[in-house]
Design a protein around this ligand. Sequence first.
Ligand code: 6CS
Length: 283
Amino acid sequence: MKKLGILAGVAGLGVSAMLLASGARSADDAKLEELKAQGFARVAIANEPPYTAVAADGKVSGAAPDVAREIFKRLGVNDIVASISEYGAMIPGLQAGRFDVVTAGLFMKPERCAAVAYSEPVLCDAEAMLVKKGNPKGFKSYEDIAKDASATVGAPGGGTEEKLALTAGVPRDRVIVVPDGQSGLKMVQDGRIDAYSLPVLSINDLIKKANDPNLEVIAPVQGAPVYCDGAAFKKGDEALRDAYDVELAKMKKSGEFAKIIEPYGFSAKAAMSTTREKLCAAK
Ligand code: 6CS
């Protein structure tokens, strides 16, 4: 999957130059034309169900890629090709041209909004922590972890939960970077970390599949905001982003958006009750 993504990246650059020479209206239009010619959009995902998931046979699903696949189809781009990336590497990868868009539940925050061109909101969620049954250290917030000198919390590298824990005062050496959900689950089960933090729906998916009575979910994490993601495009691809938003708005209006995301546990109403402008301005 990764190899295919890299080859497509090289081909894409050639196509874009040809299209511009052929008189495409602007560099932005050329991007959509480039993806149409390429036959697919290269998307970055994290493989964190229900946001994003890759099955053993390579099939990509999850609420974020499913929305993206449908919108790109409506834009004349027949499919998506996904590459798995750590959250902290998604924006650099997008900026380096390794992906055409991030569709992974990458939450909108001012510093990210400054670095990419987000679509309007897609998936909204609160934050959670996975702990041992009985929550032995009594965590309700990231501040609780900060106050307990023996406490450690696991979170994705470059992810929102890592940032929230550090901002709440948890020292760097007590915020453990965890590569994926299964590793985080195991580390809590083995007592190597006291808590593992992801958005609520991700932690709920993990605990449901773990079927382990010695685990408990703390949700929502007190004091942590509800975040929403959007599809993240490279700065300069705003025309492609705008075309994506036109289709997203139609699907929100028709109910097709809800039909895709709500079976995964997400609320269409939550995404439709806010805007990119509000989320990118939020402190
Ligand atoms: O946007 C983020 O940083 C977070 N989003 C998700 C869906 N999972 C964890 C990650 O830290």
